[in-house]
Design a binder for this molecule. Structure first.
Ligand code: ZN
Length: 228
């Protein structure tokens, strides 16, 4: 009988690191596993990540930011570009730990003419010059749309994206520029199911609709805040 092929030590190490990072995200309360969650889309899943909780523990965020910075330490970086305000705390931590001492700026997401757009606050434009080396930082990458739009924006200024660092990415995403290195602390897809075909429903596991309820509750209060 032949022995099972040995796993590449680098792959084993990456798997161990990913487990540690997942455990850290679990401790922030952001990552829910072994659950039966109703998603806003109406689909069901066993795992869920609450984006807003990801960077609530400063020491964890600093540690995770340092891991991303270490990965890109070999490349000179002039600017860390946060994909939005949500990834700004992580972006700060990455920039703080990177040996090039880059500046930190953020993009703004919005819609115009029914399409998703990203832009930079005007004050940041002078920092994004031709030749500027940019490391883009995102918390969770699910579709890659924002990253692609931001890469286009950087290129329009004659600057260059040296890489993308993120906490979590769904493995199915593809960047438009396939040569851009992407590094994520966790690379994992949630399996999602139609309610009719959900194995957890079949097993009779109670459905957790907490996250969808929270979203619908938030809407009226944010309308109220806008009025104030
Ligand atoms: Zn279900």
């Amino acid at each position: 009988m032949s022995a099972a092929p040995k796993k590449d030590p680098a792959v084993v190490e990456a798997e161990v690191h990913e487990k540690i990072h997942l455990e850290i995200l679990k401790r922030t309360g952001a990552y829910h596993a072994n659950d039966h969650v109703l998603l806003p889309s109406g689909q069901h899943t066993s795992e869920y990540i609450e984006k807003t909780l990801v960077t609530t523990e400063p020491s964890f965020t600093e540690g995770l930011g340092a891991v991303i910075a270490k990965h890109f330490a070999q490349w000179p970086v002039d600017m860390v570009l946060s994909t939005g305000s949500g990834a700004l705390i992580l972006s700060h931590c990455v920039a703080r730990a990177h040996p090039s001492r880059p500046v930190v700026v953020y993009g703004m997401k919005g819609m115009s003419g029914g399409k998703r757009r990203v832009s930079l606050p005007a004050e940041f434009h002078r920092l994004l010059r031709p030749g500027t080396k940019v490391l883009v930082v995102e918390d969770l990458v699910s579709t890659g749309t924002t990253l692609n739009l931001l890469s286009d924006l950087v290129e329009q200024h004659g600057a260059h994206v040296v890489g993308v660092g993120c906490l979590w990415r769904r493995t199915s995403i593809e960047l438009k520029d396939k040569n851009t290195p992407i590094f994520s602390l966790v690379s994992r897809d949630f399996p999602t199911f139609d309610p009719d075909e959900c194995p957890l429903c079949r097993k009779g596991v109670a459905l957790n609709d907490e996250f969808v309820r929270r979203r619908t509750h938030r809407r009226p209060s944010s309308v109220q805040e806008d009025r104030l």
